[in-house]
Design a protein around this ligand. Sequence first.
Ligand SMILES: [Fe+2]
Ligand SMILES: [Fe+2]
Length: 304
Amino acid sequence: MAEYIIVKKSQVSLFKTIPFYYHTQNGDYALYKKKGDRLDESRLQKNRYPDLYILDADRDEAMAELIAALNKDFEKKITDGKLKEVRHTLEYIIEEALTPGQENGMNALPETLNILLGRYQNDNQAMEYLRKIDSNSPILIKHTVNVTALTLQFCFFHKFSESDTRQLAMAALLHDVGSSQIDKNLVETSKRLTDEQFKIYTTHPKMGHDMIIQSTDFNTAIQKVALEHHERIDGTGYPSGLKRLTSYSQLIGLIDSYESLTYRAKLFRKAKKPFDTLNLIKEEVLRGKFSKELFKKFTSCLVK
Ligand SMILES: [Fe+2]
Ligand SMILES: [Fe+2]
């Protein structure tokens, strides 16, 4: 017997040509619209349609259609500078594309990266790194996407040049690639790490850096972010206790801390509200770990 998958209400309007089915009163599925037909716009707007289904056999085609529609939407939001929406869509695309069994979605991701990174030449290599991150830990990929989205928000808000924006987005995507080599349990644990575990964890910047420099295409700025994002300007960071950091490393380091304290911590229920997090980071700023100027710039892009 044919199998059907329910279409999420929020996604109904994104499918263009795929056939839809509905559940009849006698328990069967019947065709609601055939391949190529469009749903009636006014019905869509008023939510006047039953629960809709697609055939399981159409899943790959449906997924490709969905991601293509999301990508189009994503491109438009970037052009319009709708930052919060850019971020939601990016999270959504990556979440959908990385759902196991949806290989077509995964194939559609490079297009998303192309849009995001402005047809950056190294998207294949970046994809491979993203796959590594994802196969090690779903929490880590979500963190990566969030850091990237916040970085874009910062760049758009402060009107960075296109080339700086692209570089920073790529640096954000790759900042924790070294963590893909670390035991998943260590990366995902909600418990405080023991000294021994922490020592292992702190090897990820160097590992990430070593991975990135193997590909000659990523420039020094991107390599340095992987190496320096846990360094702090007062010298209390790791792995080297450096005080002189590139502006990229400082920015991604700040966004990374903010993200870890808010979104990532949500999973471990000790989530902080964004405002509380800013206060926590402010304390770090006052202690000299981050630049005051940078912190101000970051808060202004968050609140406006
Ligand atoms: Fe990190
Ligand atoms: Fe990170």
